[in-house]
Design a protein around this ligand. Structure first.
Ligand code: PLP
Length: 420
């Protein structure tokens, strides 16, 4: 592929078609429902519908629920579902068995693991996080530290680079996102985890924007805790259940405060007095949302056939291509914010433009769906299982047309919905 140097011509649409013809992941596209006339660059926010999901959810509703009723808790394995799905997510995040469960939401799971981590570091009271983190992570950290008492508090870093200066004998826990939801920047999980632990603190990673986008190595990096969601790159569906990871070495001691009956050693004894079950099950709280879990199971059927190294290779090729093709848009004030170095890039490209919001709306009207994050970032997610190189080329072309024509200035593109 060509570079953005002015002396070399940009990649042509025909070259993109040739890349598609040679794409080892091309067959996965038929596993997904892709609406006609849409180029979907928002799979980092809500992944598309896998073709097999509707049938699986219908089976749960009509047979497991509708016909078998309460018998399905045993017969259809409902009770074990958080563990079974956890075991299927585990290889995608580099976790040996017994350390991952699928339950609740990312925010709730972060509450549980942060509280557990804080309790494992008595005498230390600081939680370090990044100011630019996905805000729910910061809100949850505030909630956990305010409940913990004992002077526990959250300190916000202006960037992960300030971490070394901030780590100290009072640091209990550090929570960071492996891939930044706005810029798409990828952090060095192994190096940061090592530094945090060398300071005697515990490391919690939020892998929401990394899981399904690149291979993750939680065990190999020695991570203490992690959380992630399944409705972005994993295509679990809107509001699908999240997952959490607790390193085996912490499982005997770790205690989380949402001590509901599903984390109890003998929930069906119905006895007073909480006694956590041994193992990762103690991080469960309550009845699993089985409709969402069924949808995730269907999506994981697809993911289990995908080689994550191939996904990563294509992701980098797609984002390289898009970065190259939008380079000339600097003329319209568009700045590429996402790092160009592969080792520092997730699977999205963020473009800064002061009028990013109406530009994205005008682009959506042209059938190219990206999104916008305040104050000025246009985000484009690249999902290798169902995106083609030609689509990336066409998307860049449409963005160019939106900017060249100035059509985004139309008043209707500046009206904002509740969700951007
Ligand atoms: C998407 C995302 C979340 C979402 O949290 P929910 O509790 O599922 O709404 C949290 N953190 C990060 C970093 C995310 O990207």
């Amino acid at each position: 592929m060509s570079t953005t140097s002015p002396s070399t011509p940009l990649t042509t649409r025909a070259q993109c078609a040739a890349l598609d013809a040679a794409d080892p992941l091309a067959a996965f596209r038929s596993e997904f429902v892709l609406p006609e006339g849409v180029i979907y660059l928002d799979g980092n926010s809500l992944g598309v519908l896998p073709a097999r999901t509707s049938g699986r959810v219908r089976e749960l509703v009509e047979v497991e629920w509708g016909e078998r009723l309460i018998r399905s808790w045993n017969e259809a394995g409902w009770f074990e579902q958080p563990h079974r799905l956890g075991a299927r997510v585990a290889p995608m995040v580099g976790a040996a068995p017994g350390q991952v469960v699928v339950c609740d939401t990312t925010s709730v799971n972060l509450f549980k693991v942060l509280a557990a981590a804080l309790r494992l570091r008595p005498g230390r009271s600081t939680v370090l996080a990044e100011r630019a983190a996905f805000p729910t992570d910061l809100y949850i950290a505030e909630g956990v530290t305010s409940l913990a008492g004992g002077g526990a508090h959250t300190v916000l870093l202006d960037s992960a680079e300030q971490l070394d200066g901030a780590l100290g004998p009072d640091t209990a826990v550090v929570v960071l996102s492996q891939v930044d939801y706005r810029t798409g920047e990828l952090l060095d999980m192994a190096a940061i985890t090592r530094r945090v632990q060398a300071a005697g603190a515990l490391m919690v990673w939020d892998v929401c924007h990394a899981v399904g986008a690149l291979p993750i190595e939680l065990d190999a990096c020695g991570v203490d805790f992690a959380v992630g969601c399944t409705y972005k790159y994993l295509n679990g569906g809107p509001g699908s259940p999240a997952f959490l990871y607790v390193a085996e070495r912490h499982l005997a001691e770790a205690e989380q405060p949402l001590s509901g009956w599903f984390g109890h050693a003998r929930p069906f004894d119905f006895t007073p007095g909480y006694e956590p079950v041994a193992g990762i099950g103690r991080f469960l709280t309550s009845s699993p949302s089985l409709l969402g879990q069924a949808a995730l199971g269907a999506s994981l059927d697809v993911w289990e056939k995908a080689d994550l190294a191939a996904v990563r290779a294509k992701s980098l090729a797609l984002t390289d291509l898009f970065i190259e093709l939008v380079g000339p848009l600097a003329e319209f004030g568009v700045e590429v914010v996402t790092p160009r170095a592969h080792a520092r890039r997730g699977s999205q490209v963020a473009l800064r433009h002061p009028d990013g919001y109406p530009v994205v709306q005008a682009l959506i009207e042209r059938g190219v769906i990206g999104d916008f994050r305040a104050p000025d970032l246009m985000r484009f997610g690249f999902t290798p299982l169902y995106l083609s190189y030609v689509e990336v080329w066409d998307a860049a072309r449409q963005l160019t047309k939106v900017l060249e024509s100035g059509e985004w200035r139309a008043e209707r593109f500046s009206r904002r919905g509740a969700v951007t």
